[in-house]
Design a protein around this ligand. Structure first.
Ligand code: SF4
Ligand code: SF4
Length: 393
């Protein structure tokens, strides 16, 4: 019989959700052009789970083996119960990470997080210049973010910065890393934009050139050589510039589970874009059923769903055919090899996107920022810009 440790089976042999991402709200004071949240998030802002429902979901996921908890959004700090959720997560034995823009993090709150046992805070930064940082978020938050970075450091947390990279800041990567060093960062993730949600809508504007990408990677390597182990820098290579796709979320329903603001349970952030799928919801379904039995989680788990060329490909175990959402969003076929793959019959869609992003008339279109107003438009069926993609809802 399994031994229990904090309510967790110690010798679980079956696939289990090791990571739980709690997207506690879609509300956000920022309006980032690259936000991966769904463009129609507005329809999920009025039916957020209650504190009790979140705590119950945390408890259930922990019983199933989840150990890493990400608390994200939107901006999680827009909820006033994060202290309570964090403290409960600590009691349950989670390693918890608050993923925040920094807006709303006060001395009082960070002290409460420390006392409640929050393990980690990940702060987003956007550029070394105030202009670009404020432009891309469509807010005036640059100075505030720097202040928050100091506060995180002063409370003894490791300083973890996430910087989304795109055409507007990619030439500044060296200076961004110097800024991070000056802020006392321990880890910096340079996350090249992946194109989902709002970033897909703004893809032509955000996509850098291959040359810019190479230069940014060289600047990152030069920085690494200079600082050594003092600061860890992760450079996440963008899909579109690769020949092979990534193993999405380490495999559909393998280790990762997301509970969204309204309680939907998803195997990945974007899964709701897929057609003909009904996702479980914690208000009606237990997490265990969602994970083990729900059609949504079992549909793309493993490799049985694959068709050619993935089915007979000797690389299929490495990448599991890539991302189902990216395949559907770009080609309209969720079961085809991710278009990033050069063996996919849809690779031309990636090459066209790369070429289009260099056309001045496309890349100079105005950005559609992630605002409630714009999201409402998408909910109402206004397909501005989005209609150029084959399969978006
Ligand atoms: S990416 Fe920007 S807009 Fe989107 S949730 Fe994060 S802070 Fe808010
Ligand atoms: S054909 Fe499919 S399995 Fe093979 S490398 Fe491409 S995406 Fe991966």
């Amino acid at each position: 019989m399994a031994q229990l440790n904090n309510g967790v089976a110690a010798n679980v042999t079956q696939k289990q959700p090791l990571w739980l991402l709690a997207e506690v709200t879609y509300r956000c004071p920022l309006h980032c052009a690259f936000c991966y949240n769904p463009t129609d998030y507005d329809k999920h802002t009025k039916n957020e789970l209650s504190t009790e429902q979140w705590i119950s979901a945390l408890r259930d996921a922990r019983k199933m083996g989840a150990i890493q908890l990400g608390i994200s959004g939107g901006e999680p700090l827009l909820r006033d119960d994060i202290e309570e959720i964090v403290a409960e997560a600590h009691k349950l034995g989670y390693y918890s990470n608050l993923i925040t823009s920094g807006v709303g993090l006060t001395e009082k709150r960070i002290q409460a997080f420390k006392e409640g046992g929050l393990d980690h805070i990940q702060l987003s930064m956007h550029d070394v210049t105030e202009d670009i940082s404020n432009f891309i978020t469509d807010t005036r938050t640059f100075e505030l973010k720097k202040k928050v970075a100091g506060m995180i450091k002063a409370h003894g947390y490791p300083m973890v910065l996430n910087v989304v990279i795109h055409r507007y800041n990619i030439d500044q990567v060296g200076r961004i890393l110097e800024m991070a060093e000056a802020l006392g960062a321990d880890y910096v993730e340079l996350a090249n934009t992946q194109y989902y949600g709002w970033s897909l809508v703004n893809r032509d504007q955000l996509m850098p050139t291959r040359e810019q990408l190479n230069q940014a990677e060289a600047a990152t390597n030069a920085f690494r050589e200079r600082v050594g182990n003092k600061m860890k820098v992760f450079f996440v290579v963008p899909d579109y510039f690769s020949d092979r796709p990534k193993k999405c979320m380490n495999g559909w329903g393998e280790v990762f589970m997301i509970v969204t603001a309204n309680g939907d349970v998803l195997p990945c952030h974007s899964a709701r874009v897929l057609p003909g799928m009904t996702f479980p919801n914690v208000r009606e379904n237990g997490l265990e059923w969602a994970w083990k039995e729900s059609p949504a989680f079992t549909k793309y788990r493993g490799m049985d769903w694959m068709k050619e060329p993935c089915r007979s490909c000797d690389e299929r175990e490495n990448d599991l055919g890539g991302c189902r959402c990216q395949s559907y969003l770009l080609s309209g076929d969720a079961e085809m090899a991710d278009p990033v793959c050069t063996k996919s019959p849809n690779r031309h869609l990636i090459d066209e996107a790369l070429a289009n992003s260099q056309k001045p008339q496309l890349r100079e279109q105005p950005i559609i920022f992630r605002t409630d107003k714009n999201s409402k438009k998408y909910v109402e069926g206004d397909k501005e810009r989005i209609e150029q993609f084959h399969a978006l809802p």
